[in-house]
Design a protein around this ligand. Structure first.
Ligand SMILES: [Zn+2]
Length: 392
C-alpha cells in the first residue's frame, strides 16, 4: 500500500520548487482519498468493524487507520465507540460503525405499485412507502409519488442525510443512467426519468434496469456475495428480468441493453410476446401460467423444465459460477429443485455442469430498493470527502 507515500520518487524539478511541492501535496491528497474510500467501502459491505479488522481488510497500518476514522467521523459517515462486550481483559476494542442516518433514496415504479425507500449506508432499509395502483403509473405519477413519499420519510426521520437516489425501472435504460428508452409493461418510451426526478430533488439521480439493480443488491448483501460471474433471472409482475455479472463487471452491452434474458426464445412455435416476437421465456413461463399449474403436477413440471432449458442456455453463454433465481422463478426452483438440477445437467454443454450452483435470491422485497440505493452510494464510496450529503 502507499498510504505513507512521501513523494520521494517525484521527478526532480529544482528550478520550480513550489510546483514540486504542489504536485507532492496533490499526490498525498490522492492517496488519502483512496484510503478513505477503502475504509468506508469496508464498513459499507462489512458492517461494524474493529480497527484491527479494518487493518486486516484494507492493508493500512493502525496509525493511518486512526487518522482516517477521525476524518470519516468528521464527515459524518461513521461513528466509533466501544464494543458492547469484548470478552477480553484490557481496553475494550473500538468499533467503527456506518452511521445509519446517512441514506440513499430508492424508487421502484412497477405495473401494480409505486415504492420509495430510504436505505442506510449499511444496506438496511430504514423507511419505506408503498402505494398500490390500478393502472400502470405514468412517469409524472412516479415523480409525484416520490416527492410526497420523501417528504413523509423526512418528517418521520428528521436528521436523515441523503447522498442521492436510485430508480429501478422494469425496462431498457440508456447508458446515460437517466433515460428510460422503453418500459413496455409501464407503457413508457423515451422518458428522461432522471431529469424529471432532478426537478424535485437536490441530489444526484441514477436510473437503471431493475434486474441489474437486483443482481447488484444480491452481490453486495445477498446470495451472490463475493461471486464474480453470476447469471440472474427474476420473475415479477412485469415479466422476467435478467442480468449478468461477468468477471466482477455488470454486463451492459454496447448501448446498455444487455441481459434481456426474459426475451430469449424458448419455443419457436410459442405464444406471442409483448416484445412482438413469439415463444420468449417471459411468455412461456409467466406468473399466470405458474398459478394455473399450481394443482396440475405435469404442467408444473413442464414449467420447471422450461426454466431448466433457459438456465442451460445461459450456462453455455456465460459459464457462470452461480445462477441466481428471484421472484416467482425462485419459488418455482424451490418447489422443483431436483427436477431443475437434473434437467440442467442433461442439457448442459460444459462437462462439469454439476459444479454450477443454482440458488434462490434472498433479499426479497428489499432487493430492488437496496440495489437502486447501491447505485446512489457508489460515488460516495469512491470519494467519501468529495460527495456532499443533503438534508432530506
Ligand atoms: Zn419477448
Amino acid at each position: 500500500m502507499t498510504e505513507d507515500a512521501t513523494g520521494t520518487d517525484m521527478p526532480a524539478q529544482p528550478e520550480v520548487p513550489a510546483r514540486m511541492a504542489a504536485a507532492r501535496g496533490s499526490r498525498n491528497d490522492h492517496t488519502r482519498r483512496h484510503n478513505l474510500s477503502s475504509l468506508v467501502t469496508a464498513v459499507h459491505y462489512g458492517g461494524p468493524l474493529t480497527r484491527a479488522q479494518l487493518t486486516r481488510d484494507t492493508g493500512l497500518n493502525r496509525s493511518t487507520i486512526g487518522g482516517l476514522v477521525t476524518e470519516l467521523a468528521e464527515l459524518g459517515l461513521v461513528i466509533e465507540d466501544a464494543a458492547a462486550e469484548t470478552g477480553a481483559v484490557g481496553r475494550p476494542s473500538l468499533i467503527v460503525r456506518p452511521r445509519v442516518d446517512v441514506a440513499a433514496l430508492a424508487l421502484h415504479p412497477d405495473v401494480d405499485a409505486l415504492e420509495l425507500g430510504a436505505v442506510a449506508i449499511d444496506g438496511t432499509v430504514v423507511a419505506r412507502r408503498r402505494t398500490s395502483v390500478d393502472a400502470p403509473p405514468t412517469p409524472a405519477d412516479a415523480v409525484a409519488f416520490a416527492r410526497e413519499a420523501a417528504r413523509d420519510i423526512a418528517a418521520e426521520m428528521p436528521g436523515l442525510r441523503v447522498v442521492g437516489a436510485g430508480a429501478a425501472v422494469p425496462g431498457l435504460v440508456a447508458i446515460d443512467g437517466s433515460t428510460v428508452v422503453a418500459a413496455p409493461h409501464l407503457g413508457w418510451r423515451d422518458v428522461d426519468l432522471g431529469a424529471a426526478l432532478a426537478e424535485v430533488f437536490d441530489f444526484p439521480i441514477a436510473v437503471g434496469n431493475d434486474a441489474n439493480m437486483g443482481l447488484r443488491a444480491e452481490w453486495s448483501f445477498g446470495s451472490a456475495r463475493g461471486v464474480d460471474t453470476v447469471v440472474y433471472l427474476n420473475g415479477s409482475a412485469s415479466g422476467i428480468g435478467g442480468a449478468a455479472l461477468v468477471g466482477g463487471r455488470m454486463l451492459r452491452g454496447g448501448r446498455g441493453y444487455g441481459g434481456e434474458f426474459g426475451h430469449m426464445m424458448i419455443r419457436s412455435d410459442g405464444d406471442r410476446c409483448s416484445c412482438g416476437r413469439s415463444g420468449c421465456l417471459e411468455t412461456e413461463l409467466n406468473a399466470h401460467r405458474l398459478d394455473a399449474a399450481a394443482h396440475d403436477a405435469p404442467a408444473f413440471d413442464a414449467l420447471a423444465s422450461t426454466l431448466a432449458t433457459a438456465i442451460a442456455n445461459l450456462e453455455c453463454a456465460f459459464d457462470p459460477d452461480l445462477v441466481l433465481l428471484g421472484g416467482y422463478l425462485g419459488a418455482l426452483f424451490d418447489a422443483r429443485r431436483d427436477l431443475v438440477a437434473a434437467r440442467v445437467r442433461e442439457l448442459a454443454f460444459r462437462p462439469d455442469a454439476e459444479d454450477v450452483a443454482i440458488a434462490r435470491a434472498r433479499l426479497g422485497r428489499n432487493r430492488l430498493l437496496i440495489g437502486a440505493a447501491e447505485r446512489a452510494f457508489a460515488p460516495l464510496l469512491e470519494d467519501p470527502a468529495g460527495v456532499p450529503l443533503v438534508a432530506l
